[in-house]
Design a protein around this ligand. Sequence first.
Ligand SMILES: CC(C)(COP(=O)(O)OP(=O)(O)OC[C@H]1O[C@@H](n2cnc3c(N)ncnc32)[C@H](O)[C@@H]1O)[C@@H](O)C(=O)NCCC(=O)NCCS
Ligand SMILES: Nc1ncnc2c1ncn2[C@@H]1O[C@H](COP(=O)(O)OP(=O)(O)OP(=O)(O)O)[C@@H](O)[C@H]1O
Length: 198
Amino acid sequence: MKVIGLTGGIASGKSTASNILKQFGIPVIDADIIAREIVELGKPALNEIKNTFGKAVINEDGSLNRKYLGKIVFSDKKQLEKLNAIMHKRIMEEIINRIDMYRKNSTYPVIIVDAALLIEMNMYKLVDEVWLVVADEKIQLSRLMERDKICIEDAIDRVKAQMSTGQKKKYADVIINNNLDIAYLKNQIEKQLNRLDP
Ligand SMILES: CC(C)(COP(=O)(O)OP(=O)(O)OC[C@H]1O[C@@H](n2cnc3c(N)ncnc32)[C@H](O)[C@@H]1O)[C@@H](O)C(=O)NCCC(=O)NCCS
Ligand SMILES: Nc1ncnc2c1ncn2[C@@H]1O[C@H](COP(=O)(O)OP(=O)(O)OP(=O)(O)O)[C@@H](O)[C@H]1O
C-alpha cells in the first residue's frame, strides 16, 4: 500500500482534490477533521485552549469559537505557536494511528493523508510520496476570500502563517496545478493514480 501525503497552501484546493480522490474510492485521512475532533466538547485540548487563550475563545454552549481563535492566532505568530503546541502532537498521533490501521487491516493500493501542514509538521516523513497542490497566489487569495468571506488582509495573514509554496516544492514528489478548472485538476489526479496502480 502507498501512502500519499496531499498538501498545499490554504485554499490551494486540497479538499477539492481529496473529494475527487474519494470519488475514485480512495480512503482519505483528513487532518482538518481530526483537528476538529480533538477540540470537541469535553476533550482535554479544548480545556488547554481555554486556559491558554481565555474564556473569550469559548462560545456560550462551551464549544470552541473557531472564528475568534483564528483571528487571534493568524495575526500573531507567538499565539499560533501556543495553539500548535496544544494541537500538533495530538493531530500527529491520530494520523499515525490511522495510517497504521490501514497498513495492518486493508487491501487498498493507495490511501491519502490530506494535511495543510504536512511539511511544517514533518509528517512528510510518514508518507511514501508528497503531492503538492499549487495555485498562483492571486487565485489562492481570491478563492480564500470568497470561500471564507474574509477580507484581503485576513486572507494574506492566513497565507503568511504557512510555509511558502516555493519552500514546499522542495519536498514535493508531484506538483498538481490547480490554476484552471476542476476538470483539469481531476485529469492530473487520474494520471497520478494510473501511474501508481495501472
Ligand atoms: C485556528 C482554527 C481554530 C481556525 O479554525 P477555522 O474553522 O477558521 O479554520 P480551519 O480549521 O477550517 O482551517 C482552515 C485552514 O487554515 C489553515 N490552518 C489551520 N491551522 C493552521 C496552523 N496551525 N498554521 C497554519 N495554517 C493553519 C489550513 O490551511 C486549514 O486548512 C483552526 O484552524 C485550528 O484549530 N488550527 C490548529 C490545528 C491545525 O494546525 N490544523 C492544521 C492541521 S494540518
Ligand atoms: N479548480 C478550481 N476552480 C474553481 N474553484 C476552485 C478550484 N479548486 C478549488 N476551488 C475552490 O476554492 C476554494 C478553496 O479550495 P479547497 O477548500 O479545496 O482548498 P484547501 O486547500 O482544502 O483549503 P484549506 O487549506 O483551507 O483547507 C473552495 O471554495 C473551492 O471550491
